[in-house]
Design a protein around this ligand. Structure first.
Ligand code: FEO
Length: 384
């Protein structure tokens, strides 16, 4: 695949994987992207997951047609990109690794060697001339590991953006960018919004015609500008859409019935609503929707004098990723000593800029006239 006149795609699609990072369901697979810049000197941009090292080397050899690569540029040391580095270094014994100073101790830790004598350590603003192409390195610490760098090809005006702007889904799957890029961003990078903002400021000074991320499609034109715009929204914790996420964790269905009743009422009034059953859904999708919509309602049963475990898990997903700046309503259920509301509130009080809506709905076993009135009042608050 030609990316520009001198750049070829040599990455791989992984349809064998079920959980990315062992955590995120990826039914449509994932791509580990790698690119080759063909110039007087040849640079390979990033490696791939261990299971695909042989395929990747074959792709590189096909593109190089007998030439040997001069550089392997390593933007990120997470094993989905780094695990085949040693394979590459054995296959191409004259190649030099170009990476940040923080990457080499990680190589030592992963591979038992940091390839002494074959290192080129680069930092913010350093240049590497390949001939026609001059590469400029950009530090991107904590997007989302500390060693991360990006590369700007000044000749092609291409940004090699590491994990930023990536998405789940293999490249032979045709689907819109934003949904799976959002699930990827909030799950994996979302905790580091400030660091993403800092990189976006640096990138804003560049003329960029192409973004080559480590996952998902190469971005150009309108798709590139949509991605930049969404990253500005996501990294500043603004809501992308008006609407309500309702997430419920129900034991026998009574809490779920309240959630569905609330959803029906909101929809009747023209509000966009998404409902997730936390006992069964993909937590990463629910979490992504929680960030995306400006309002959220959590509905949970009490369990062991605490909140029902799927809701506790969901709260962890949110708080660990810096959930903030939303309006939140609470619906608790408890047959004799309801505790779910107290637990949910106390977790959310640890998140920044959360507006807790009144009233909190408190159900005793099943909806009755009193709790229905509370639910109605909460719906009205959500619609203000
Ligand atoms: Fe795609 Fe953070 O590795």
């Amino acid at each position: 695949m030609h990316i520009t006149n001198d750049v070829r795609y040599v990455g791989v699609n992984d349809h064998e994987i079920d959980l990315f990072e062992g955590l995120y369901p990826v039914e449509r697979g994932v791509a580990y992207n790698s690119y080759v810049i063909l110039d007087e000197k040849v640079a390979v941009m990033d490696a791939v997951d261990a299971h695909f090292g042989g395929d990747w080397l074959s792709n590189i050899r096909l593109v190089l047609d007998g030439r040997a690569p001069d550089f392997l540029i390593v933007h990120h040391m997470e094993p989905d990109h780094s695990a085949s580095i040693a394979l590459f270094m054995n296959a191409f014994p004259d190649a030099i690794i170009v990476s940040s100073a923080k990457s080499f101790p990680m190589m030592k830790a992963f591979f038992g060697t940091d390839f002494p004598g074959r290192q080129m350590s680069v930092k913010e603003g350093d240049l590497l001339c390949l001939g026609k192409h001059t590469l400029r390195f950009i530090a991107a610490p904590m997007v989302h590991w500390p060693e991360v760098i990006m590369t700007y090809d000044q000749t092609d005006k291409t940004l090699y953006s590491a994990d930023a702007f990536g998405k789940f889904g293999a490249l032979d799957i045709d689907e819109p960018w934003a949904d799976e890029a959002g699930r990827y961003y909030f799950g994996i990078v979302g905790k580091y919004g400030l660091q993403v903002q800092s990189v976006l400021k640096k990138v804003a000074e560049l003329i960029i015609q192409t973004i080559c991320p480590l996952h998902g499609p190469v971005l150009k034109g309108d798709a590139l500008w949509e991605a930049l715009q969404l990253y500005r929204i996501w990294s500043s914790y603004q809501s992308e859409s008006k609407g309500v996420l309702i997430a419920h964790a129900s034991v026998y269905g009574n809490t779920r019935a309240a959630a569905e009743q609330l959803a029906d009422g909101l929809r009747r009034d023209g509000v966009e609503v998404v409902v997730h059953d936390l006992n069964r859904c993909d937590m990463s999708q629910a979490m992504s929707d929680a960030f995306r919509y400006d309002r959220m309602v959590l509905c949970a049963a009490t369990y062991n004098a605490d909140v029902f475990p799927p809701m506790r898990t969901f709260l962890s997903w949110l708080s660990e990723r810096g959930y903030r700046g939303h309006k939140v309503g609470l619906v608790e259920n408890g047959s004799w000593a309801p505790m779910a509301g107290k637990v949910m509130r106390s977790t959310l009080e640890g998140c920044k800029e959360i507006e807790l809506l009144s009233p909190m709905v408190s159900i005793r076993s099943a909806l009755n006239d009193e709790s229905k009135a509370q639910l109605n009042a909460l719906r009205q608050e959500l619609e203000k």
